[in-house]
Design a protein around this ligand. Structure first.
Ligand code: SF4
Ligand code: SF4
Length: 121
């Protein structure tokens, strides 16, 4: 995050992520819907499912104020993985509609259960 090659970009200093379980049940889906009901929270899928909390780092002030001593996770985040590189394959799920569409497309059995419970078309 925020290497010398980043210029003015500080995109990845503007959120934190926590990996979560892939949904396999109605209860899992309900939990994700609850998360997505909150402001500044979205999900994304790449090598797993992540909850993304949109919240700026306290040390970001145009540039990283603690650059030599920034946490390892910041040091290890390479430009290869960054979302501005064009290699980013994340699927973002920003609201209930996007989550339900994702389940419909990628998890057919679970979608049948969700659809029946929520009386969706
Ligand atoms: S999103 Fe990419 S370019 Fe932007 S600060 Fe993070 S690593 Fe640098
Ligand atoms: S510590 Fe520095 S590099 Fe890490 S998220 Fe904060 S501003 Fe960005």
């Amino acid at each position: 995050m925020t290497t010398n090659s980043c210029g003015d970009c500080a995109l990845c200093c503007g959120y934190v992520t926590v990996e979560t379980e892939d949904p396999t049940s109605i209860e899992d889906v309900d939990h994700l819907l609850w998360l997505l009901a909150h402001k500044n929270i979205q999900l994304f899928v790449d090598d797993g499912l992540y909850v993304q909390f949109i919240t700026p780092c306290k040390h970001q002030d145009g540039k990283c104020a603690i650059y030599p001593n920034r946490p390892d996770i910041c040091m290890d985040y390479g430009l290869d993985a960054c979302e501005t590189s064009g290699k980013d394959k994340r699927i973002y799920l920003k609201d209930h509609k996007e989550l339900l569409s994702y389940i419909k497309e990628h998890k057919h059995d679970l979608w049948q259960e969700v659809k029946d419970k929520r009386q969706l078309a």
